[in-house]
Design a protein around this ligand. Structure first.
Ligand code: IMP
Ligand code: MG
Length: 179
C-alpha cells in the first residue's frame, strides 16, 4: 500500500498514550459515574480502546454529526445525524474524539451537551492539529499534537476508507488530487 507518505503515530504509541490518559481519567473520575460520548464514526477506535481501560461500570453513548463531506476541509456546518440515547441530567460526561482540526465541531458539541444539564462535560481527543488554537476549546486530555496534514487510520477516514488501520498516517495527496 503506497497510499501513505508517513506513519506519524504508531500502534505502540497509541497504546502507551491511552494507558497514560486512562490512568488520569480513572483518578479524576474516582467514585463518579462516567459516561463516555463518542462521535461517530471517527472515534470508534479510540473509544473502544479507551473504554476498555476504564472500570466496567463506565457507560458509552454515541452521536453522529456531520461537519465534513467526503473531502478534506471542514465545512463549519454541524448537523445532528444521530442523537444520544442517554439523558445527561446530573451525569459526568467525557466526549471522546479522534481529532481536533479547526475545533468547530467540538466547540459546537460542547455547547450542545452543556445545555442538556450534565454535571460536567470534558473532552478527550487523541490527536490535535495546530489550527485548533483558533477556536477556544478546553481539551482536558490530549494524545498527540500533529502537523497540519490530512491523516487517516485508527478511525479517521478519507471517503470512508482507511479507518481500520491500527496506526495514524499521512495520506498521500495524490489520493485526493483533483478533488
Ligand atoms: P473540526 O471541526 O475541523 O475540528 O473537524 C473535526 C472532525 O473532522 C474530526 O472529528 C474528523 O472526523 C474530521 N477530520 C479533521 N481532520 C481530519 C484528518 O486529517 N483526517 C480525517 N478526518 C479529519
Ligand atoms: Mg470525528
Amino acid at each position: 500500500m503506497n497510499d501513505f507518505t508517513k506513519i506519524i503515530v504508531s500502534e505502540n504509541d497509541i497504546g502507551r498514550k491511552l494507558d497514560e490518559i486512562a490512568v488520569r481519567i480513572r483518578e479524576d473520575y474516582e467514585g463518579k459515574d462516567l459516561l463516555l460520548i463518542g462521535v461517530l464514526k471517527g472515534a470508534v477506535m479510540v473509544m473502544a480502546d479507551l473504554a476498555r481501560r476504564m472500570p466496567p461500570t463506565v457507560q458509552m453513548d454515541w452521536m453522529a454529526i456531520s461537519s465534513y463531506g467526503s473531502g478534506t476541509k471542514s465545512s463549519g456546518v454541524v448537523r445532528i445525524l444521530k442523537d444520544l440515547d442517554a439523558d445527561l441530567t446530573g451525569k459526568h460526561v467525557l466526549i471522546v474524539e479522534d481529532i481536533i482540526d479547526s475545533g468547530l465541531t467540538l466547540s459546537w458539541l460542547l455547547g450542545n451537551l452543556r445545555s442538556r444539564g450534565a454535571e460536567s462535560v470534558e473532552i478527550a481527543a487523541l490527536l490535535r492539529k495546530p489550527d485548533a488554537v483558533q477556536v477556544e476549546v478546553p481539551v482536558k486530555y490530549i494524545g498527540f499534537d500533529i502537523p497540519n496534514e490530512f491523516v487517516v487510520g485508527y478511525g479517521l477516514d478519507y471517503a470512508e476508507k482507511y479507518r481500520t488501520l491500527p496506526f495514524v498516517a499521512i495520506l498521500d495527496p495524490k489520493v485526493y488530487a483533483g478533488e
